[in-house]
Structures are given as C-alpha cells and as structure tokens.
Design a protein around this ligand. Structure first.
Ligand code: FAQ
Length: 343
C-alpha cells in the first residue's frame, strides 16, 4: 500500500536532535484529500496525467528522470554519429543515419513529456549545457572502430530495452506512452547491431578480433549503465512505490546478463568476465564485480569522453541558434498575418 508523501516531513525523525525536530507543515484538508486521491490512483495502478494534482516530490522525480533520459538520447547520438561519414557501405550508412535520427526523436518526445510537468525545454537544456544535468554514463566511452557501432546496437540498445520496457507501465501517462514507441524503435536498433556484428563475425580474422575487442571494452560499462546496486540506489525505493520504476537496477542487470549470454554464444564472442557462469541453484548467471569507482567518476564528469561530448553538444546548440531564431520569426510573422486577416 502506498502511503508516504515526501512533501510531509516525518516528525518522528530519529536523526534530528530533540528540540530541532522538523515541525510538520500544516496540511490543509484540501491537500490531504488530493494526496489521498493521488495515493489511491497509484495503489490502483491508474495513470497520473499532467492536469492531475501530484505531490511536488513526484513531479521533481519525474522531471529528473525524464530529463536525464532525454539528455541521454541526445548525447547518445554522438558516439555513433561519429561513424556516419565512415560507414562501410551505403546500406550500413542508411541504417545508421535512421538509427541516430531515431535517438534524436526519442530525446524530443522525452523533452515534451518532461515539459508537461512544468519545466521548459530551455531550462533542461541549460542544465545539460552547464554540466549540471546527468545523462547516461555509457555515452562517455569512445567509438574506436566500426565494430563499436554494432556493439552499441546490440548491447547498449539491448540494455536500454531491458530498462525501458517496464517504463511503458510507468504511472505517469505521458512518459509511459512515449516509451511505447521508443521501445519499438530500440528493438530495431538492437537487431541491426546484432546483424551487423554477425556479418563482421563471418568476415576475416581481423574483423572477428575487432568485434571481440569492442565487446571487451563495452561489456562492463553496459552492465554499470543499469545504475548503482539496489542497496546504493537512493531513488529506487520511492520510485518503485510511485510506480515510476517497476523493476530494480540489480534485477534488470541480471535479466540483461541472462538474456545476453546465449546471444554472445550465437555471435561467437566471449564476454570478458572469468566469473560469468550459470548457477544451477539460482537458475541465473553469476557474474563478476563491476567497477563502481569508474562508474561514479564517469557520472561525475571524469569519464573518457565527458568533456568532448559536452563541448560537441554545446557547439551544436549554439550553431543551431539561427534555426530557432528563424522559426520564432516565422511564427511571429504568421501570427501578425492571422491577426491582420481577422481584423
Ligand atoms: N548514468 O538512485 P538511482 C539509451 C544516477 S537511453 C548516469 O538508481 P534512479 C538509448 C541517477 O540519475 C539510456 N547517471 O537513480 C540509446 C542518480 O542521480 P541523481 C538512459 C546514473 O533514477 C541507446 C544516481 O545515479 N536511460 O541508452 C546512471 O532511480 C543507444 C543514483 O541512482 C534512461 O535514462 C547512469 N547509467 O535510477 C541512445 C532510462 N545510473 O539524479 C543512443 C530512464 C544511475 O539522484 C544510443 N532512467 N545514475 O543525481 C532510469 O531508468 C533510471 O533513472 C536509472 C537510474 C535506472 C538510470
């Protein structure tokens, strides 16, 4: 049963010295009724829509997660975008162009979903460009060879699907609905990556080595992409209670490992973890320790490509200023014309 609202301080807080205990803010009867209606909707697994009353902490959590997700899609265009001009054939170039454009589209749906919560796109972009907003750690790793593009499709999009399918059932309507289309497109992305790698694995020994090298470099950062272990995930418990998150970080990571091991076998690559093995008792794979220091360094701006990614993003935004100016000028001209015609 969902009962807690983060808006209402806990007066029995054991950590506050006596005399300094937070005084509960008075809750009006009207707010209490709205809160009760919100709680009932969450308990009944009904969607919360933009015009519904919601606790401020629920709104803030959604803005945080959806804007981070949008930023990830937009910054996520960069590692693969790097290869559009160097794709090995017209077919691969067309596929890659379509994929990278899809990721841009995902970012736009997600910014729109976040805007329904009262935060403007400019505010979200300013936070990203100032280095204050997070985006997925995974996009701070370099794409050194063409095989990296296939591995991003197979593993990064594969991880994204595992994480994002449950978000189609998120309690916030606009986010849940945006995720349905996004997941369908991510599914194509994952398959094209796998298919590209399969073609490379049927090529020369050098191509097979290139694929294996890419898998070796991406495997651990992809596992970290699911977020910190549940025990160290400050947002999980409340996110799950609110139905924003449906499956925990560790559970999704495990499901991903279990789904990926047989795919790696079909592909003919080795996953770079000597501790990775089937556990008969748990009916799941055991796997080795993730380097969480590397993860946090990357999240906090010190990964291999953070500075480059942010600089590229800021430049793209600045270079696009004239397009936004032109669109606004055009809209203003149309508005004036419509007003003149109506007068
Ligand atoms: N990178 O308490 P939790 C894609 C942060 S899209 C950076 O567990 P939460 C498509 C987290 O924000 C990939 N930061 O947090 C594509 C929090 O910091 P905060 C993006 C991370 O929210 C493919 C702190 O650590 N997907 O790949 C990461 O409950 C190919 C504590 O963590 C989404 O955003 C990380 N990996 O769970 C595009 C999906 N993990 O905000 C192009 C939606 C955690 O308190 C090419 N998001 N942090 O300062 C989610 O499902 C959740 O937000 C999690 C994190 C699971 C990412």
């Amino acid at each position: 049963m969902y009962t807690q609202s983060l808006d209402i301080p806990d007066p029995s807080s054991a950590t506050a010295p006596s005399g300094l205990r937070p005084v509960p803010e008075p809750v009006s009867a009207e707010t209490a009724a709205l809160q009760a209606r919100f709680d009932a909707a969450i308990d009944a697994d009904r969607k919360i829509e933009p015009r519904d009353w919601m606790p401020e902490a629920y709104r803030r959590t959604l803005v945080r997660q959806i804007s981070q997700h949008a930023h990830s899609e937009i910054v996520g265009m960069l590692p693969e975008g790097n290869w559009i001009s160097r794709a090995p054939s017209l077919k691969r170039k067309a596929i890659l162009l379509a994929k990278v454009q899809d990721e841009g589209g995902h970012g736009l749906y997600l910014y729109s979903a976040a805007e329904t919560l009262g935060t403007s796109r400019d505010q979200m972009l300013d936070a990203l460009h100032a280095g204050k907003a997070k985006y997925s750690s995974i996009f701070n790793y370099p794409t050194l060879t063409w095989a990296d593009v296939g591995v991003i499709g197979w593993l990064v999009d594969g991880a994204a699907i595992m994480n994002q399918v449950p978000i189609c059932r998120c309690s916030y309507g606009p986010y849940a609905r945006a995720m349905i289309r996004i997941c369908k497109e991510e599914s194509f992305h994952q398959r094209q990556g796998f298919e590209s790698l399969m073609a490379q694995m049927q090529g020369t020994a050098a191509q097979r080595e290139m694929v294996q090298d890419a898998v070796n470099r991406w495997w651990w950062p992809v596992l970290a992409m699911f977020g910190p272990p549940d025990a160290d995930s400050p947002n999980s418990a409340q996110g799950m209670r609110w139905g924003i998150k449906r499956i925990s970080n560790d559970e999704l990571r495990q499901k991903f490992v279990d789904a990926t091991v047989p795919q790696a076998k079909i592909l003919g690559v080795t996953l770079p973890d000597p501790e990775l093995k089937w556990n008969e008792a748990t009916q799941r794979h055991d796997y080795g320790a993730i380097d969480w220091d590397e993860f946090w360094a990357t999240v906090n701006g010190n990964g291999p490509c953070n500075k480059e990614r942010l600089a590229t993003r800021v430049k793209a935004h600045e270079d696009g200023q004239w397009v936004r100016d032109a669109a606004l000028a055009h809209a203003a001209k149309q508005r004036t014309r419509t007003l003149k015609e109506a007068a």
